[in-house]
Design a protein around this ligand. Sequence first.
Ligand SMILES: C[S@@+](CC[C@H](N)C(=O)[O-])C[C@H]1O[C@@H](n2cnc3c(N)ncnc32)[C@H](O)[C@@H]1O
Length: 277
Amino acid sequence: MTWTHRELEARVAAHGRGHRAGSPSGLELKRFRCELDAALHASQVHRVLVLGMTPELRGLVLDSSAVLVSMDVNPEAIRLYVDWVPQNSAETILEENWLSLDRARHGYFGAILGDGILPNLLTKTEQRKLISRMAACLATGGAVIMRHPILPDSEDLRAMYWKDLCRQLRSGNIDPDGYGLTMRLWGFAQELGVLEDGVLDNKAVFERLATLLEQAEISEQEHDYVQRFRYLGHNLFFDLHALEGMTRDAGLTMADHKVSEGFWNSYYRMLTLKCVQ
Ligand SMILES: C[S@@+](CC[C@H](N)C(=O)[O-])C[C@H]1O[C@@H](n2cnc3c(N)ncnc32)[C@H](O)[C@@H]1O
C-alpha cells in the first residue's frame, strides 16, 4: 500500500485536525462548490460520490445537503479522516477500489468529486476505465468535478527545475505549499525522464531530496516543506490534450477552470467533466 499512515499524517497540521498540505485551497473549494451546485441543479439527483476521503470535499457535499457516498480502498485513510466531518451526517463510506465503481451496484450520482485521483492509477487503461465508470454513474446533467495535475510541456517543466524552485522560495516569489508540491511533482521530472512516459517515481524524488539535504544544497526547512507532500509510489500523468481525448471517448465534455491563486494552478487544474446527454 503506497498511501501509508506516514504519508497521510505528513499532510495533517502538527496541532491536530486540519490539513496543512495536499488539500484544495479556499478559492478552489469555492469553484468546487459552484460546479457542484450547478451539477445538482442540472441533474436533479442530490446524491454525490467523493473518491478518496478528502475532508474538505466531503464537508462541502454535506453542506449542500446532498447524500454523500465516500470511497477509499485504504482503511488507514478512512480511520484518519472519518470524523473530520460532522458525525450525524448523511455519509456512507465504502472501503473499495474506485475501479469497482459500478452503476448497477452504486447507482446514479448528480456529481462525483475528487482531488488528485487519476494519477494514482498507473496505466492509461485503468485511467480510461475509471473515467468511463464515472461517466456511466452520472445522471444526465451531472458532472465529475476534480482538481487534477496535468503533465506540463517541456518549457514549463524547465521553469520548475528544483534549483529554480529553491531560488523562487528564497526570494519570496512562491509560498511553502507551492514550493513543496511543485518540488515533489516536477522539481526532478526532467532528470527522471517524466516527459518520456508520464511516469513519476516519487521514491526517486525523495532520495534526491535526501541527497540535496546531505550536500547542504537545501535547508532542513526546504526539505520539510516537501515532506508534507510525501508519497513514495508512482504517479502517471497526461497532458491536457490527452486527458480531453479520454474524456471525450467516455462521452463527457471537459471544462478547464482557471483558478489563479496558487503557484500550482498552472498545472493543478480545476476540471469539470460533464454528462450532457
Ligand atoms: C485522493 S488521493 C490524493 C489526496 C490529496 N490530493 C493529497 O495529495 O494528499 C489519496 C487517497 O486516494 C486513495 N486511493 C488511491 N488509489 C485508490 C484506488 N484505486 N481506489 C480507492 N482509493 C484509492 C488512497 O488510499 C488515499 O487515501
